[in-house]
Design a protein around this ligand. Structure first.
Ligand SMILES: NC(=O)c1ccc[n+]([C@@H]2O[C@H](COP(=O)([O-])OP(=O)(O)OC[C@H]3O[C@@H](n4cnc5c(N)ncnc54)[C@H](OP(=O)(O)O)[C@@H]3O)[C@@H](O)[C@H]2O)c1
Length: 396
């Protein structure tokens, strides 16, 4: 490798951001941070800036910038502070940047991630919501700008590793029959329907295998995360929804599989630690140490598989239907889900109401074609309004 790669980490203060910085710090001969962004956790962002000395830090507004600048000055740091979506897009597209980790959660990550794509960067995609919202436009922008899109979701990174290098020729041409997307089943895999009425945000966020941000933790508990991943897989690997099958695998050791026409099934295994897919994508096509301990198959001893229960976890069915409907349906699903998860985390709705609310928003919002980013955000906005009306109607 020729020179040190400059990395922008969007969402540096989050779970994926911190894991990314851990991998980067293990390889100072290969990587340095160019920019870090944070949103509400300014103390954490300050500490990260003092440790990693990026050229830029990005925060939401001028008040946050003033706070961060004061801390940086006191620490003798020369990091420059930018603000807002404009600042995020600037550090994503800066000519000096080699790779961008897109790890902002939710729709807020779409424009900065697209800015990196449009600048032809190597984009490490953790922010699945961006692709779910704008799949066709996003993938077209990847092709037009020769961006290199590498999946960070452990499942999609596993599929990427199990596919041949020329899979973009088409799944049929490379002999793929199905993609098998594994799911842990989340903390409520064995919880009876009646008890789901009473589960708390803390229980939903206590994932048995993965340590993650709160939004994706609730998505995992409702299995909406798997639904969003199904849509993500369709776009990343140009697969119809019918060729992506969800397999519940509670140990989270097999991160996904690819089923070939000759009967071979290739799987990628590893400890459930996001530093593996992050290191894989950062160094691709090379391999580097991620800090993840070797897999101990004797300690794991067994691997189990079961079919998902879409009756108890209707979010998965809703996502599959949205994937099949295409056009604006996934953007509407995603926006309604963001409002529903936020309401659940604030104690305003019960867990099963997440799916009820999303289902009703999808029923009320007609599916329309999305031919521009404005159209994507318009669909997103309408879904948020309908979800807001649902809350009002139900007195929340
Ligand atoms: N965690 C995982 O294991 C995992 C695995 C696969 C995929 N992903 C995906 O990766 C993304 C990040 O997940 P995470 O678990 O790292 O989430 P997280 O811990 O909640 O971190 C989210 C990051 O986004 C920032 N952020 C939040 N709202 C923002 C806004 N409106 N504008 C700009 N920045 C904002 C946060 O800043 P503050 O913290 O400073 O507020 C934080 O840096 C999600 O799309 C998730 O689906 C995560």
């Amino acid at each position: 490798m020729s020179r040190v790669q400059r990395i922008t980490v969007l969402g540096a203060t989050g779970s994926i951001g911190l894991s990314t910085l851990d991998v980067i710090a293990r390889h100072p001969d290969r990587y340095e941070t160019f920019a870090l962004s944070g949103y509400s956790r300014l103390d954490e962002l300050l500490a990260l800036c003092l440790k990693h000395a990026p050229v830029f830090a990005v925060v939401p507004d001028e008040a946050a910038a003033a706070t961060l600048r004061a801390g940086l000055d006191a620490g003798g740091s020369r990091t420059e502070v930018l603000t807002g979506e404009r600042g995020l897009c600037a550090v994503a597209a800066d000519p000096q940047v080699d790779a961008v980790m897109a790890a902002i959660v939710g729709a807020a990550g779409l424009r900065p991630t697209l800015a990196a794509v449009q600048a032809g960067k190597k984009v490490l995609l953790a922010n699945k919501e961006a692709l779910v919202m704008s799949g066709a436009l996003f993938m077209e922008a990847v092709r037009r700008n020769n961006a290199v899109l590498l999946p960070i979701d452990s499942e999609h990174n596993a599929i990427f590793q199990c596919l041949p290098g020329d899979y973009a020729r088409g799944l049929d041409r490379v002999g793929v029959r199905r993609i098998l997307l594994t799911a842990s089943g989340g903390p409520f895999r064995q919880t009876p329907s009646a008890e789901l009425e009473r589960v708390t945000p803390e229980q939903a966020c206590a994932h048995p295998n993965w340590s993650m941000g709160r939004k994706i933790s609730v998505d995992s508990a409702s299995m909406m995360n798997k639904g969003l991943e199904l849509i993500e897989a369709c776009w990343l690997f140009d697969a119809p929804p019918s060729r992506v099958e969800v397999v519940v695998h509670p140990q989270s050791v097999i991160h996904s599989l690819v089923d070939y026409v000759d009967g071979s099934v290739l799987a990628q295994l590893g400890n459930p630690d996001m530093r593996t897919p992050i290191a894989n994508a950062l160094a691709w096509p090379e391999r580097i140490d991620s800090g993840v301990p070797p897999l101990d198959l004797f300690a794991i001893a067994r691997l189990d598989f079961e079919a998902p229960d879409e009756r108890r976890f209707p979010c998965l069915r809703l996502a599959r239907e949205a994937a099949e409907a295409g056009n604006s349906a996934p953007a509407v699903l995603n926006a309604a889900n963001e409002i529903a998860v936020d309401a659940f985390l604030r104690g305003r709705i019960r867990f099963p109401e997440i799916a009820s609310m999303i289902g009703q928003v999808l029923e009320r919002e007609p599916v329309v074609a999305l031919d521009s980013l404005d159209a994507v955000f318009a669909a997103d906005q309408r879904a948020r309004e309908l979800a807001g009306e649902w809350l009002t109607r139900h007195g929340r």
